[in-house]
Design a binder for this molecule. Sequence first.
Ligand code: ZN
Length: 411
Amino acid sequence: MIDPERLLSRFLRYVQIDTTAREDAGRYPSSPGQLELGRILVEELREIGLDDAAQSEFGIVTATIPATVKKAVPTIAFNSHVDTSPETTGAGVKPQVIRNYDGRDLVLPGDTSKVIRTADNPELRELVGRTIITSDGTTLLGADDKAGLAVIMELAAHLKQQPDIPHGPVRVLFTCDEEIGHGVDHVNLAALGATACYTLDGRGADEIDVETFSADLAIVTVRGVNIHPSIGKGKMVNAVRVAADFVSRLPRDQLSPETTDERQGFLHPYVIQGGVAEATLKILLRDFDTANLAQLAERLRRAAADTTAAFPGSSIDVNVIQQYRNMADGLAREPRAVSYAQEALKRLSREPKLTIVRGGTDGSRLTELGLPTPNLSTGQHNPHSPLEWACLEEMQQAVAMLAQLVQLWAQ
Ligand SMILES: [Zn+2]
């Protein structure tokens, strides 16, 4: 059976290893703790009985839970990432286990100015009596995504102990450096050989993330004419002013992150640098409808044309680079990935919630590469923050959900 205490002890063990991703490390994975945690996971997978458990030169951990059914059924994969966000330190995590939670605000003992308030976390009110885990307030907790690791490890132990549960081959995939955008760089999809994959990296319970943004990046290069200011009259074209004019022509009270939510897309200028001769801007283009990205790019080109008309002698080059695509585009080609996840929750008398992500996930990259990969709940909350917390019973539900899911794929 699923063992909540074993699940908890795994989770507590993993969060105490510092696996903070480092933005400018110049190596992969970006921090040694990720390799260390990977080694521990391989050992534990072998103890569970997954004999092929291995860590690649890039720190990627893979293993197979062998099929218990004889007929050929699709191979599926479960993925979590071992690294934690660089936004808050993950060094010296001291997890606090609050049993039989009483519904009150949680003051964190290492820094009492850090309080997890029910007003900001209304879902806590539904979790009275449950087991809540927090950090001591001086670090993040690392439930993003060590809750996912613990859930997949507990699933592996559960399935190995219950060989009467009918399932096909299940591949375990633990990746590195997801938080700095490199989670999929060294994943060998051919070797993984899966028909569908699930990232275990979602918040709360019962959610299935089925859509992400489609995303492009525009690099805008503004060129002016530089000359000494003392003799600039009639000759200087200042790229700083040209760039400012260009930005002022972009939508601000609509189509911006500051003014949109839910399914609305945006244009987001987030980097500007340069001088009189040349300035560069970086602008994010985001929309759930991939076709709308072309319209956003067109707006940039129109603004560029209007600006250069107002500044004779200037030029603006708009270079749009593809980043990632809405997961829904690829999931449509393998509808079982989502429908079986919904069915697994229904079998547990739970209400599946199909959700959208205003960003990208490793699942959106994997889906784009041809491996349909929705994201599932793991009981994590408030990621990347000292106020991060997790709920043990939600993690346990995630294991139970996966145990149903593998059976559906074997039918
Ligand atoms: Zn994550």
